[in-house]
Design a protein around this ligand. Structure first.
Ligand code: PBG
Length: 340
């Protein structure tokens, strides 16, 4: 008896790896990836981060080595996060010309120059003693205290200029303050940094998936608060388009959705709506879940990483920030075919 459906379309096109490669709609390449890197002030040896296996807090020297290695592997961009030795109420380490990220940017600009896009995360939560992304309008830990949006914008402007002065080609505001992109654009222009671009964390959700990142930057919110008053509510997708449009109107050159895998609908909606490059951040919790399950032998690490990154690209992300950037670059070095 002959089979009733011997080889129907589109199954005929799945019969060999070469044919599958030929017709694949989506192909991820290393040039789209951005490696997030942590650099900590006043350390000589890199420090492991328990909840992010394989990711470290770099010393100045180990950061330089890592970025040169990434450049050799074909990674084209990094985003830097600083871990200062001292924190204070306004996060002054973020805009101090001698602050850790500024020092690191000058190192890297000298090492890799135009070979690599140097992106600086622009926020103060790593630098504030209370752990919020802006300055507060009252005592830390008090339930009536909130972030003072406009006072924070002035600080963001100073950070942008300090980062650009130090060699950042792109600044990436992640604090979700209203008007942050406009304020930063104005500050950069006034300081003569007209060609420094802004990657806006435009649709950033108040996600539980940032937990390991807070370990990575030694950040805890005083009083156990959260960021739900300024980051987006994950029950809502449409307001992401309002946020994204506002950022573009204020001058964002690229817009980001964060986290990535649980927000593929948002990535797709943003991609369908805007005409600037769309980035997505596969955040620390997404990385940690894969690492933990793989360490238990419950999932196939390499297969899942390829699947997740490709799905994020398929949904519409032109650029992907991922802690797997180095893994991807190593796995695909010299391969004839990109991710499958
Ligand atoms: C804020 C910032 C955060 C992340 C990137 N920038 C933390 C937060 O908003 O709480 C999270 C990234 C990750 O989880 O990998 N400066």
């Amino acid at each position: 008896m002959t089979a009733r459906f011997p080889a129907a379309r589109p199954r005929r096109l799945r019969s060999s790896a070469a044919l599958r490669d030929l017709v694949a709609e989506t192909r991820l390449d290393v040039g789209r990836l951005v490696a997030p890197l942590f650099v900590r002030e006043d350390i000589d040896t890199p420090q492991p981060i328990a909840s992010l296996p394989g990711v470290v807090q770099h010393s100045r020297a180990s950061l330089r080595e890592e970025v040169s290695a990434l450049a050799d592997l074909g990674v084209r961009a990094v985003i830097l996060f600083g871990v200062p030795a001292e924190k204070d109420a306004v996060g002054s380490g973020a805009f101090d010309p001698q602050g850790i990220v500024q020092v690191a940017l000058r190192d890297l600009a000298a090492d890799v120059g135009d070979e690599m896009v140097l992106i600086a995360d622009l926020c103060v939560d790593e630098y504030t003693s209370h752990g919020h992304c802006g300055v507060l309008d009252g005592p830390a830990g008090d339930p009536h205290t909130s972030v003072d949006n406009d006072a924070t914008l002035e600080i963001y402007g100073k950070i942008a200029v300090a980062q650009a002065d130090a060699g950042a080609q792109v600044v990436a505001p992640s604090g979700m303050m209203d008007g942050q992109v406009g304020a930063i654009r104005a500050a950069l222009d006034a300081a003569g940094h007209k060609s420094v671009a802004i990657l806006a964390y435009a649709a950033k959700y108040a996600s539980g998936l940032y937990g390991p990142f807070r370990d990575a930057v030694d950040c805890a919110i005083v009083g156990g608060g959260d960021r739900k008053a300024y980051q987006q509510d994950w029950r809502n997708a449409r307001e992401a388009l309002v946020e994204v449009q506002a950022d573009i109107d204020e001058g964002a050159d690229m817009v980001m959705v964060k986290p990535a895998l649980a927000y593929l609908d948002v990535i797709a909606a943003v991609k369908a709506t805007v005409n600037v490059p769309v980035a997505a951040y596969q955040v620390s919790g997404e990385y940690a879940m894969i690492k933990a399950a793989a360490a238990n032998g419950w999932i196939d690490h390499d297969a899942i990483v390829g699947e997740h990154l490709t799905a994020i690209h398929r949904a519409g992300a032109d650029v992907i920030l991922t802690y797997f950037a180095r893994w991807f670059a190593e796995a695909h070095a010299g391969r004839r075919s990109a991710a499958r």
